[in-house]
Design a protein around this ligand. Sequence first.
Ligand SMILES: [Zn+2]
Length: 456
Amino acid sequence: MDNQQRNLSEQLQLLRELHYCNTRYSANNRRNRQSHDPDANREVRLLDTFAVALSTGNPGEIFAASFDKRVKIQLVLAKNGPPTPDDIAAATELISLIGDPAVTLAADLLPFLLRRCGPNINKRIRNVHTSLKELQNDFMSALEGYEPADDMTAEFPHAAGRALIERYGDSLPPFATLWGHFVDKLTDITTDGIKPEDYSFSSSKYADIYIHAETLGRSRFLKTLVEDHENLDRDRKGRAVKLKHRLDKVRQYTNGVSKLVRHGKRLFPIPHRWVMDSFSGTGEGVFDLSDTAYNAMLRILDHPSQVSPRYLEILDTRFPSMLSNWQSQRTMHTCIHAELRIILHLGGPSGSESIIHPIGLSKRSCLCCTLWIAAHNRIFRTEWMTSACDGKPFGDWALPGSACSYAVHDNGTSSVDEAVVHAISEQLTDALGMVFPRKRVYNEFYDEVEFVGWDL
Ligand SMILES: [Zn+2]
């Protein structure tokens, strides 16, 4: 296990340094929102919001939540690593708040959210600010060819937009001016975040940010940029999608929390437990990676000598931080991620066969968790789902190994882990293929060109 985990961590770390991201795998564990099962979609969004409401914004912190419906329904919570006493107290308080008959609106949970999630809310607010700055020129160029509706409420079709429009009374400016006002205002008020210790300031600031984020996020103009049916500008579309996603994350503290309070009332207060299992035979631990990123690369490429100076130059130019990043993260602390802790805790395939089993997360699933869940679902005919995958590799991702006992073959290897190891190795080969030329030869027997190694 030690060697397998070390090799995997090195490969993941290299993929990270090569800025690799694979969103193709998101389809594997994602029942998207147009799924045939609206109940599962609703449940995963509710659980996502619950996990977000626990998230303080500390680096590396991910919370997961799922229901154990086997006997009497219970909420099962997990974290990347052991929960702190503060986490445990916050979860207990949040569950009792949702179940409190006096709590009926998202605003009733705001004091808790500002106190618990302040830094995370500020992180999300800052991201909106960055995206708005990046899109300034895009908005100007797109507005030139945009034909707005005569009725401004068709441009801003939801209550928040209508409320902002009403402030103009009879002197409503043309759409481009109005759009500019809303963007300028949101850019301005997201320059600085909230102050979690000052409730009165923070609640009114968040309300102001929310109403503008809701207005822009639900606008017809942003929708046309996000959809960009004519594929006019792919980069602009990417930036618009990112802004939409970031607006959604700020709005989640109202829109998502409002649904959590409304739908959670039926179940909360609910018995709950944290996953505290100490899993054995896993890849969890602390170890050092190869001394340099280049040596790791040579080992992975199975190349006995040095990479030629020309290719080192290419690497240095394209990935100038690779060597220093590698040094600073050479000592790796691996852990089993939160969503896999829930699957391992809830146990074997027989309990959850063919039943969609949503897991809510405070962040999207990483590449390896997505691959692991997809392999588990395929091999054991289970239906674990998370709402989305970010396609990113993380070197600290630990193989569950024999903690998933029913996946372990007689030779001690896990069928689910092997699927991940194989997929990551292939993806690293593809990623390196974009950097180093491959040696190929024509195979007469098969009448095709085959890859025989690296041209280093
Ligand atoms: Zn993960």
